[in-house]
Design a protein around this ligand. Sequence first.
Ligand SMILES: [Zn+2]
Length: 332
Amino acid sequence: MNVNDFNKEDYWRTIILYGLNQATYKIALGQSLIRFSQEQKNFVSMNELAEDFFDMYKERLKNGKPQLATPNRQTAMERIVNSFNIGKLSRSQAIEKVEREAFNDVIDRFHTVDSLKMPVSFYEKTDKGLVIFDKVFDIFSDRKNIELQNELNARWDLLESAFEIKRTNSELVNDIRKLYLVNGYERTDITKNRSVLNGYQNNVCFYCGEIMVDDDVHVDHVIPRQLINHDDIWNLVLSHGFCNLQKSDNLPDKHYIVKLIERNEYFIKSNHPISNKLKAQLGNTPKQRRVTVDNIYEHAKLVLSPWKGIHGYNPVSDPFYKTFIRNLLIYK
Ligand SMILES: [Zn+2]
């Protein structure tokens, strides 16, 4: 199958359903194109399009949901509709503002999906407006159009929910960061813990299980210091410099946390001189200590990116891989 065998509907779906959408504009433009093609229009002025956008968002925004991925920010459409709703703009002023500020980006980029330009166009932009090509009529002139319209609406709902979740999380994330910042302290010299930690690790790297040589031993915060802002020994381990760099400021998988908890219990059971310190930091009973660490880990999961570990390379999270697969799907 090559590019020419794709039908217009496939391209339409690719444009609407794929790609990392940072806002809902593309969906709105899709809706406008369907509407205009149903009216058999092959030209719309920018002002007509702006009016359509304005009416569409005025209705849509009654649901109170965000239209932009970035928390604490709004799309131009949200600002304009809000200004209209509180009487700061008249209807014609609002529509003019939409024409000037709101949709030029999406008109230029509608046919691009994750930096891939689709080999078809549904319209052409001119100085005066959009020339809508016959292709769109082909798609929407039959009963198909209801289905594709529903698809657009479903996609719009989905984007709004995704943006909403991001928003709730971002407040939570700020609260968590603040909590650890308040309870944290300035960096100390963590290398002084090396020999104590090695009593448990015996020159074996905490993350990969291989032997370490003297000049390549790092003291590492299992839950990154970037979040917790302390150097408490319960969270410190020894690792290869290489493994430490791989992990960076990411959060290791749960099995490393289980191992960390076991390590701390080992120190306490063996009455090691640091056992009192560990009890003071985490709690007096094994259960209390586990709950303390688990809670911190749950917080960290909300804030930090995950790290699968040295042996667990996960291609699904690799952006290059994702783009590669998407290209294959589109152009196979
Ligand atoms: Zn290692």
